[in-house]
Design a protein around this ligand. Structure first.
Ligand code: AHG
Ligand code: MN
Ligand code: MN
Length: 364
C-alpha cells in the first residue's frame, strides 16, 4: 500500500465522491486496508505473543488525549481559550490556556490508564508519581511537552504535542522515583508527536519503526496513512532561527553560509524553512529530508529546547527512521540527564546533511 493511498480511500472520501458525482449510495463496507491506531497497535501486539499490551494501551491513551486536544485547538479561534492563562510555567515562560488544557488531558488519560506509573511534563515543576495500586504496578513512565509551539496558537499556525516513553527502573508496586525519569534517551521504548496542522497527525516510533496516522475526522480515528516512515538520506531544507545568526558560534554561522551558497557538490543553495513549532519543522524535514537546528546562543548558552520533552523524543524517532541527532558534541540519545527541565542544543535530520554540518562543527 502506498503511504497515502490508504487515507485517500477513506470512508469520508467515498462519501464525498457520492455527494459530488455518483449520486449513488456508496458501498457501506469498511475499508479493511486502512488500519486505525487501535487496530494497528493490537496487530503489532499479536505478533509478540508474550507482550503484555501495556505499551499499546499507553499509545492508545495518548491517541485519545490527542483527539481531545485537537477539538480544542480547532475551536481556538472561536472560544475564549486564547491568550495567557495568567501564569508562567516552571521555565519562566507565559503559559497559554491551551498549554494548561493539553497538559491536563495527557496527564489525565495516563493517570486513569493501566500502563503509566508516573509522568513528567514541561508544564509541571516536578514529576508526578501516580499513587493508586494499578498505576504503581505499571511498567512505564511518560514525559511530554503537551503543547509545542504555543506562541503560534493565536495566529493559526501548526502546533503539536511531543511524548517519550521509558520503562521504569524502580520495582513495580512502588511509587516511581526521579531516577525513572532521568534516563538517557537511548533507553526510550517509544516516542512520538502529534501535529495539529492542516490535518492532524500522530507519528510514533518504536524500535520496530516509525508510523504516521492521520486523524480521519469523519470517524474520529487516527488511521495509518504513513506506514514505515524513513527519513530521506539527504535533503535540501535547513531550519534555523536566522534572527539569532550573530548569536551563534562561528562554526554554526559557517554551516548556515554553506547552506546559502551555490554549491554543485551538495546541490545548494538550500531552502530555509522555519515555522517556530519544532513539531511542524521536524515533521516536515522527516518527510521531505532536511536539517533542523537550535544551536546555543549568547543569551541561551545551553540551547533553548528541553532535552527530556523535545530533543530526546525527536532524536529517537529520527534515528529509528534513519536520520541522526546530536547536541553538537555527542548523540542526543547518549546524554545522561541530570535535571528534568534540562536544556540542550539540537541538530537533527537527514544523515548526509548532518555529515556536512559536522565538517564545520568538528573540523578534522
Ligand atoms: P514551546 O511552545 O513548547 O515552548 O516550544 C517552542 C520551541 C520550539 O517548538 C520551537 O522550535 C522553538 O521554541 C522556537 O524558538 P525561537 O522562537 O527562539 O526560534
Ligand atoms: Mn516545545
Ligand atoms: Mn510547550
Amino acid at each position: 500500500m502506498s503511504g497515502y493511498l490508504g487515507y485517500l480511500s477513506s470512508p469520508a472520501n467515498d462519501r464525498f465522491a457520492y455527494i459530488c458525482k455518483d449520486l449513488k449510495p456508496p458501498a457501506m463496507n469498511v475499508n479493511r486496508k486502512v488500519l486505525t491506531l487501535d487496530e494497528f497497535t493490537i496487530q503489532q501486539l499479536r505478533e509478540f505473543p508474550h507482550a503484555t499490551g501495556e505499551l499499546s494501551s499507553l499509545l492508545r491513551d495518548i491517541g485519545l488525549a490527542a483527539k481531545r486536544v485537537n477539538v480544542e485547538v480547532n475551536k481556538a479561534g472561536l472560544v475564549d481559550i486564547l491568550g495567557d492563562a495568567g501564569s508562567v510555567n516552571v521555565q519562566g515562560e507565559d503559559v497559554k490556556k491551551l498549554d494548561v488544557f493539553a497538559n491536563d488531558q495527557f496527564t489525565g488519560v495516563l493517570r486513569h490508564g493501566i500502563s503509566c506509573a508516573g509522568v513528567a511534563s514541561e508544564e509541571i515543576d516536578d514529576f508526578v508519581a501516580f499513587d493508586d495500586e494499578v498505576s504503581k504496578n505499571s511498567k512505564y513512565v511518560c514525559l511530554y511537552d503537551p503543547l509545542d509551539g504555543s506562541g503560534n496558537i493565536d495566529v493559526n499556525v501548526s502546533i503539536g504535542t511531543i511524548f517519550s516513553v521509558y520503562p521504569r527502573l524502580s520495582p513495580r508496586g512502588t511509587a516511581v522515583t526521579r531516577e525513572d525519569f532521568l534516563q538517557p534517551g537511548v533507553r526510550q521504548v517509544a516516542a512520538g508527536y502529534i501535529v495539529y496542522g492542516s490535518s492532524t497527525m500522530m507519528v510514533y516510533g518504536t524500535r520496530r519503526g516509525v508510523n504516521g496516522f492521520t486523524l480521519d475526522q469523519s470517524i474520529g480515528e487516527f488511521t495509518l496513512s504513513h506506514p514505515d516512515i524513513k527519513c530521506p538520506e539527504d535533503g535540501r531544507i535547513y531550519s534555523v532561527n536566522h534572527g539569532n545568526f550573530f548569536q551563534y558560534e562561528q562554526a554554526v554561522q559557517d554551516y548556515i553560509q554553506i547552506c546559502q551558497r551555490k554549491n554543485k557538490s551538495n546541490g545548494g543553495p538550500y531552502t530555509q524553512r522555519y515555522i517556530g513549532s519544532m513539531v511542524a519543522d521536524v515533521h516536515r524535514n522527516l518527510i521531505k529530508g532536511g536539517i533542523f537546528m537550535y544551536p546555543p546562543t549568547i543569551d541561551k548558552p545551553k540551547g533553548k529546547l528541553r532535552l527530556m520533552y523535545e530533543c530526546n523524543p525527536f532524536a529517537f524517532i529520527v534515528t529509528i527512521a534513519g536520520g541522526r541527532a546530536t547536541n553538537g558534541k555527542i548523540r542526543v540519545l547518549d546524554v545522561e540527564p541530570t535535571e528534568l527541565h534540562q536544556r540542550s542544543s539540537l541538530y537533527i535530520g537527514s544523515s548526509k546533511m548532518m555529515d556536512e554540518l559536522e565538517t564545520c562543527l568538528n573540523p578534522a
